[in-house]
Design a protein around this ligand. Structure first.
Ligand SMILES: [Zn+2]
Length: 61
């Protein structure tokens, strides 16, 4: 027989453990090209630039 916990974990104890389950908030930066908020280390979806150069084509420019 496999070892089993002796007692049920109370709602309080479960909640205390679950308080660390939330994913961290993504860090938002500002695009130096168009000043729109963008995810850091990601291509800007508004103007399609990364590190000062065009990387992807964007419909509206
Ligand atoms: Zn941009």
């Amino acid at each position: 027989m496999a070892p089993l916990p002796k007692r049920k974990r109370s709602k309080s104890r479960r909640g205390h453990r679950a308080s660390h389950f939330a994913a961290p908030k993504a860090t938002l930066g500002v695009c130096p090209q168009c000043r729109n908020p963008k995810l850091s280390h990601m291509v800007c979806k508004v103007c399609g630039t990364y590190a000062g150069r065009q990387v992807i084509k964007v419909a509206a420019e």
